[in-house]
Every structure is written in C-alpha cells, then in structure tokens.
Design a protein around this ligand. Structure first.
Ligand SMILES: *Cc1c(COP(=O)(O)O)cnc(C)c1O
Length: 375
C-alpha cells in the first residue's frame, strides 16, 4: 500500500536530540527553541516567533491575545480544519462562516465584508494547500473596520503573496509542524506576532501566565503570576528535531515541488479533456507544494475513485467536512448557512499521497492508476 503520508528524517534530527540531552535542559525555551524561532525571524522577517506544541495551541494563544470573549464574532472559512474555529470558540466567540472561492478552496475575499458586524473582532484566513488568500483585499477590509487578522498558515511554510512571506502579513499568524505538513516535528507549531501591541503579552501567555521569559532575559529581578496563559511551549526534544528539518528546508521544498510538478504534468491532459480539475494557483501566490489535490465532478465519483485507488494499493483521502455542517456547530451555534463552494470542496476534493520520500516511480504508478480509472 502506498500510504497517504509518511514521516521522515532528513538530516541531523536524532543527533540534535542527543545534543539537547547533553546540554542538560530538555524543558522549553532552550537553545534549540531559540534557534528555530530565530530561523523564522531572520529568514522571513517575522517580528517575533514563538514555538508552540501545535498550530492549534498557537491559534489558542492568538484568541487569548485578541481578548476574544463571549459576544464577539470571528469570521472563519467553513472549509478548514476544526482548530481554525475551535480556538476562538473556547474563548466564547460565535463563529461566522465564510465561503470558499470559485477556483480555490481558500476564503472568498469578496464575501467577507458582508459578514462584518459591530461584534466582529477578527478574521481568520487559511492559506489552503499553502496557496495565499488575497491578502491585500482582506487587510484593507480589516483595517477599514478595525478588525484583527489571523493567518492560519498551518500549510503555508515558505510560501508567498506578492513576494511577502505568508505568516508575515496578518496581525498574528500560526504554523504547524504536524507530521502531515512540509516541515515536521511530530506535533508542533509556531505563533508569529507581527503587531507590536502583542509582543510582551505573548511571552507571558506562552509561559503559564508568568513573566518568566522577561526574568530570564534579565529584564526584571523576580517573576510571578501576572496574566492568563498555559504551557504552550514545546520541549527542547521537539525543537531539536525541528531545527534539523529547518536546516534542510530548501532541500525538502525542492523535492516536494518535484513531486507536485510530476503529478501535474502526468494528469493535466485529464483536465484538458474535462474529466477533472487540478489545483489553481493565482498570479499573486506561490506554490509551496504542500499537497496535491484533484477536483472530481461529484461525491459519488469521489468515493468511487478513492475506493478504486484503495483496491489498487493507493491511499488517497478526501478532506474537510465543512464546519458549518459539523455536529458541534449545529448543536451549539448553527446556522442555516448556505455555503455552496465549501460544500463543493467537501464533496469533490481528493488528496493524493504526498510526502518527502515518495519516489518518482510511485507517483507514476498513482497517476497511471488514475488514468486507468478514467479510461
Ligand atoms: C494541520 C492544520 C491545523 C492544525 O495543526 P496542528 O499542529 O495539528 O494543531 C490547523 N489549521 C490548518 C489549516 C491545518 O492544516
């Protein structure tokens, strides 16, 4: 069976873990944590980066930093992972779901303004498949109404919007290093703080509501409990693993782009023949080769193709069930939302196996099987 995903080692992961042990500090905010954070601050010019144990945790930190409280509304695309909404629901927000674009699963920038009310506190955008949302339009709307923007850049490491790195545009941004993403540490994440107003408080929330970070930097002479927070920082074991991956970012990205391009080249004639659709990348966005997906005509065809591939040793999957149709939302907040594009992607999108070690002949085997299905 060709798996859908497979975690991988690319360099010195285990060596750095041993080094972390030898350094005598395995709890968080040590040498490797700082190396990983500096990597992002230097390479992408992010004002401040804090490692977290997941993207979900980073989103929770964002919700706390924005002081989201009961009565507030947060605009979130329906076609996304649960965490993009859940982190804000935990703070008491009501979620207002936005639809996807006609030609891309990302949030439709033209459908946001109509959802804004005097209760709107934030807009969460998700760069689906690492392809940028139309950030100029979104930031203009946000600035006009005094609303904050959180980029859920879980899938968007090393991807750009008009030459600006994703994660560096919204007030806050979050990344994931879950084993299914481009850069992995098993579980893992990052909060990016671009708005100066959130800088100091972010470290406190990160360190269980204490001003311990400031203490270690010698800024204050004793530390204590000053705010809300949690234990959002990962252990040095995770940071050591992650650091080895980040050192090989270019190699990882090049290899993934090779896999993506091969999928595209092999399958584009099926798009030309009108049998299915392939991913669309707008002019303003780059492709970071996070995933390769197909869009088929309907739910029935999706299930048939997935089981055909499964019977032939290939594990392909569908993706998000639109959150506006989820049990939790319907039981607690819902909604008669009519979001046809989100439902279209829920019904018709298929993700093909995609991971660092996927060999060229396996990609050809997969595309060969898809061609066979359409014969
Ligand atoms: C993977 C993912 C998350 C969750 O990331 P974790 O690190 O597993 O918490 C959130 N949002 C999106 C869009 C994702 O793809």
């Amino acid at each position: 069976m060709i798996p859908f995903n497979k975690p991988f080692l690319v360099g010195k992961e285990t060596e750095y873990i041993k080094e972390a042990v030898a350094l005598g500090k395995l709890s968080g905010n040590g040498v490797f944590t700082k190396k990983c954070q500096s990597f992002f601050e230097e390479k992408y010019n992010f004002k401040k980066a804090l490692l977290t144990t997941s993207c979900t945790d980073a989103l929770e930190m964002a919700a706390i930093l924005l002081n989201i409280s009961p009565g507030d509304e947060v605009i979130v695309p329906s076609y996304t992972f649960v965490s993009s909404a859940l982190a804000f629901v935990r703070q008491g927000a009501r979620i207002v779901f936005a639809d996807s674009k006609e030609n891309h699963p990302g949030i439709d920038e033209n459908k946001i303004e109509q959802l804004i009310t005097h209760k709107t506190k934030a807009i969460v955008v998700v760069h689906y498949a690492g392809v940028a949302c139309d950030m100029d339009v979104i930031m203009n709307i946000a600035n006009q109404y005094g609303v904050s923007v959180v980029e859920d850049a879980a899938q968007a490491v090393d991807s750009f919007y008009k030459n600006k790195p994703l994660g560096g545009i919204g007030h806050l941004a979050t990344f994931s290093f879950h084993e299914t993403k481009n850069i992995i540490s098993g579980e893992g994440g990052l909060l990016v703080i671009n708005d100066q107003n959130f800088m100091d408080r972010s470290e406190i929330i990160w360190e269980k509501g204490t001003n311990r970070s400031a203490f270690f930097k010698g800024e204050i002479d004793k530390y204590g409990w000053v705010d809300t927070g949690s234990s959002f920082l990962p252990s040095e074991l995770i940071a050591a693993f992650l650091h080895a991956q980040l050192e090989n970012l270019t190699e990882i990205q090049n290899r993934r782009k090779g896999i993506w391009n091969l999928y595209y080249e092999e399958l584009k004639f099926l798009q030309q023949e009108g049998k299915l659709k392939l991913p669309f990348i707008p002019d303003y966005a780059t492709n970071n080769a996070h995933m390769f997906y197909l869009l088929v005509n309907n739910l029935e065809e999706r299930d048939k193709l997935i089981s055909f591939l499964k019977n032939n040793g290939i594990h392909a999957v569908f993706h998000y069930l639109s959150l506006h149709k989820s049990d939790y939302y319907l039981n607690n907040q819902g909604g008669t939302d009519f979001l046809p594009k989100a439902e279209y992607y829920s019904d018709c999108l298929i993700r093909l196996p995609f991971f660092y070690e996927l060999e060229e002949h396996k990609v050809r085997l997969i595309t060969g099987m898809i061609k066979k299905y359409y014969e």
